[in-house]
Write a protein that binds this ligand. Structure first.
Ligand SMILES: C[S@@+](CC[C@H](N)C(=O)[O-])C[C@H]1O[C@@H](n2cnc3c(N)ncnc32)[C@H](O)[C@@H]1O
Length: 373
């Protein structure tokens, strides 16, 4: 037995049929349904202001400056090297949303949400906030209309080259992107580790696994597992600095390559997270086919997309399918047709952790249970 099967644990998992795909991406959460329409729309229309305010606080390290207690705006502005009245307005706006709290005399303190902007807090979202607000990324979202009009990636329109070559040529932006991906992974990791039983897998490959936080978490929870982290060369260079990778060096290999050409062969488990949605049909199928080609016949594959159904808008899953960075959103139906010809069938599962629901899709070789996150 060398396949991984989803655990039927009491963490309230439930099967969701493939046919609900559409609902998974378009059903509004309960919060959305209960909000007055003008409130809902105003929140969305002005949402970019909130994102920039969080970005400014994250970039300036305000939450880190408040780690050992409340500080006045004057002290914070001095430490960050910025204009005090302008910083005050941003912090007051954030405090009105529960990110920071204001005491008398323009003194600010941390809150649970602000703590997540600290660079050292478990589950920190600081890097994600920085990634979303950096000028080179912000401009791309400002060209969403271009993508909708042309079906082409706005990234190339803005930067003159595609997103991953851009990161290869811009180490600072690449570092921010990879740390942001790690932040996003950290949101999903516990649910993945709890949701699936990896006990049948001897070697697990994470295809385009970034800096390896998902893979190393799965390996730490499953000490029998060997891991292979696969990504492009400059990302693997960054992964070498990951303390979790260093700690697991005796059973984790780092491999570089191009998933459009080939992927590491012969493992009995493959996972991919936040990959397929980046590519158009042709390229998505190339990746999936390259994995299918080298899988052991009894291997399992996972693909994952984090989606918090009960989060307020914008829903991370549906918005990540608005492709401004890479190519047009790929068509799941066509993946299913091609892969089913190669013996793979698709299933879907959800796992609930606290108030968040995570969706996983998995593909299995006919007759064998297998996982795709
Ligand atoms: C959206 S990130 C996801 C990273 C990671 N799986 C995660 O969820 O944090 C996409 C990843 O695909 C990698 N990638 C892009 N093009 C690639 C290629 N041609 N071959 C291998 N990896 C590639 C990027 O370097 C990046 O790490």
């Amino acid at each position: 037995m060398s396949t991984a099967v989803p655990k039927a644990s009491e963490t309230a998992q439930r099967e969701v049929k493939d046919s609900t795909d559409k609902n998974l991406t378009s059903q509004p959460s309960d919060d959305v349904q209960s909000a007055p329409p003008e409130v809902l729309l105003t929140q969305m229309i002005t949402g970019s202001l909130g994102a920039q305010a969080v970005y400014v606080a994250a970039k300036l390290g305000i939450a880190d400056l408040l780690a050992d207690g409340p500080k006045s705006v004057g002290d914070l502005a001095r430490a960050a090297g910025v204009d005090p009245p302008s910083l005050y307005r941003v912090l007051r706006a954030l405090a009105s949303c529960g990110v920071f709290t204001e005491h008398d005399d323009q003194v600010f303190d941390s809150t649970p949400a602000a703590t997540l902007l600290r660079s050292d807090s478990p589950g920190s979202l600081r890097d994600l906030a920085i990634f979303m607000g950096e000028d080179w990324h912000w401009q791309v979202w400002g060209h969403t209309l271009y993508s909708v009009r042309t079906g082409k990636p706005a990234w190339k329109q803005v930067h003159g080259e595609d997103v991953f070559p851009y990161f290869a040529a811009n180490p600072e932006a690449s570092g921010i992107f990879n740390r942001a991906m790690t932040s996003l992974s950290n949101l999903a990791i516990k649910a993945v580790v709890e949701a699936y039983d990896f006990s049948g897998i001897a070697t697990l490959v994470d295809i385009a696994g970034g800096h390896g936080s998902l893979l190393t978490s799965i390996m730490n929870a499953n000490p029998f597992l060997r891991g292979v982290l696969f990504d492009v060369p400059h990302v693997i260079e960054g992964a070498k600095e990951n303390a979790a990778i260093k700690a697991l060096s005796s059973r984790c290999d780092l491999t570089t390559g191009d998933f459009f050409v080939s992927v590491p062969a012969g493992a009995d488990g493959y996972i991919m997270k936040h990959i397929i949605h980046d590519w158009d049909d042709e390229r998505a199928l190339q990746i999936l086919s390259n994995i299918r080609q080298v899988m052991k016949s009894n291997a399992s594959k996972c693909s994952s997309h984090l989606a918090a159904r009960n989060a307020p808008p914008p829903n991370t899953k549906t918005f990540s399918h608005v492709r401004v960075s890479t190519l047009r959103v790929s068509c799941r139906q066509s993946h299913r047709t091609v892969l089913s010809r190669r013996g793979l069938r698709k299933g879907r599962r959800t796992a609930r952790r606290e108030k968040t629901i995570y969706h996983f899709s998995f593909w299995h070789l006919a007759g064998k249970p297998a996982v795709f996150i």
